[in-house]
Design a protein around this ligand. Structure first.
Ligand SMILES: Nc1nc2c(ncn2[C@@H]2O[C@H](COP(=O)(O)OP(=O)(O)OP(=O)(O)O)[C@@H](O)[C@H]2O)c(=O)[nH]1
Ligand SMILES: [Mg+2]
Ligand SMILES: [Zn+2]
Length: 366
């Protein structure tokens, strides 16, 4: 592998990048012909990958491009483990993506797409939300659904605790909309944020940060890394909105401590979720729904509805119920859209088949 070595960049130990024995098995078909690496940053024409040869810029192999054209989720993403080939002319290409353990996907609001992968092979999804301006509870719930559907474990970090008089009271409000999830309130510019997050990192743990612009995602990444690896920027004075400082998803290695993936601030998050993912984020309502008289209760006006009863007597917050309904409608709409996409793809396939047949018979007729 020495001829791969690029003296201008420092080499990474694969285990510092999160490589495990499971990856050894997955990589068997590529051993000897390819080298393993982890995607740090995705660009239009290629990706930066980290591996034993340091940081390499590689372009996409043909089969990867073809797979990505058919299904956007098959496009390489930050956090992916990949197989890199070197050609006689020195070109490096990304030839395969190893199976993903977890995948954080958002809706890319594109009629033909299957969604967009934000990060792959993540263990912990850190939802970063500011306490000043006030936290947006609906956004936290939505990101919790997204996190649960990835297969990773969510964690909520509330930043700017130093800017509000009573962060603990505000944290309690968030705890109520994040059942079963740890919620921390921190000053991301001080040591406490980094300390709390470092405790949850480990040599084989990958953590990603999601949340609105200006919430302090990159500030937390820098604090964990102990260096200014990501640029940060002041928020706009008047409304506290961020400036979308981070523009690319970026994987940063904290040697011996794990891997963190920073992401650009989210403007709006479309969901790709099924009812189970929503139930994971709303276990309180899911449990109530199990007590309704009718199994197929829609919780709209049915007699014996435990959800409506709880909302009626104040046990369940009405706003939370309304947000739950909205997410369920959205997921149902997404499911219909996915069905329509499958039908369109099937139609396109049969058209291609018909065309190929016509050409076949025409050629024979000649
Ligand atoms: N006082 C205080 N300031 C913070 C805290 N967290 C972040 N900031 C500041 O908020 C600003 C925005 O932080 P960033 O880390 O750039 O935010 P970001 O989430 O990465 O934003 P995008 O990259 O635009 O998505 C910076 O000026 C930080 O110093 C905090 O806990 N307390
Ligand atoms: Mg940032
Ligand atoms: Zn009901």
């Amino acid at each position: 592998m020495s001829e791969w070595l690029n003296p201008s960049t420092s080499a990474y130990r694969l285990t510092d990048l999160g490589w495990s024995t499971e990856h050894d098995h997955q990589f068997l078909p590529y051993r000897g012909t390819h080298v393993p690496a982890r995607v740090a940053r995705v660009e239009r024409g290629g990706v930066d990958v980290l591996g034993a040869a340091g940081t390499l810029h590689v372009t996409y192999g043909g089969s990867v491009l073809a797979a990505a054209a058919a299904d956007h989720t098959q496009h390489p993403a930050a956090g992916d483990w990949v197989a890199i080939a070197r050609w006689p002319d020195g070109r490096l290409t990304l030839e395969a993506i190893l199976p993903r353990r977890t995948v954080l996907t958002r809706d890319s609001s594109n009629r033909t797409s299957h969604g967009q992968v934000v990060a792959a092979n993540v263990d912990l999804v850190v939802i970063v939300e500011h306490l000043d301006p006030d936290s947006d509870l609906g956004r936290i719930e939505r990101l919790l659904v997204l996190a649960w559907s990835s297969g990773a474990t969510p964690l909520v970090v509330l930043t700017k605790a130093d800017l509000v008089p009573d962060p603990e009271r505000m944290r309690e409000e968030v705890v109520a909309v994040a059942p079963g999830v740890d919620v921390l309130a921190v000053d991301a510019t001080a040591d406490d944020g980094a300390t709390a997050l470092r405790q949850r990192l480990g040599p084989d743990v990958t953590m990603t940060f999601v949340g609105p612009s200006g919430a302090g995602k990159s500030t937390l990444v820098n604090a964990i890394a102990g260096a200014n690896v990501m640029a940060t920027n002041e928020v706009r004075g008047r409304d506290g909105k961020g400036r979308h400082t981070t523009t690319h998803r970026e994987l940063v290695v904290v040697p011996g401590h794990g891997v963190v993936i920073d992401t650009p601030g989210l403007r709006a998050v479309g969901l790709i979720a099924d009812p189970d993912d929503i139930a994971d984020a709303f276990p309180d309502i899911d449990e109530l729904a199990g007590e309704c008289r009718f199994r197929d209760c829609a919780h709209e006006a049915e007699p014996g509805c435990a959800v409506l009863a709880a909302a009626g007597d104040g046990e369940l917050d009405k706003d939370r119920l309304a947000r739950w309904r909205k997410l369920r409608r959205e997921a149902a709409y997404q499911a219909r859209r996915a069905d329509a996409r499958l039908r369109r793809e099937e139609l396109a396939r049969s058209k291609r088949r018909a065309k190929a047949l016509r050409q076949h018979y025409r050629a024979r007729g000649r």
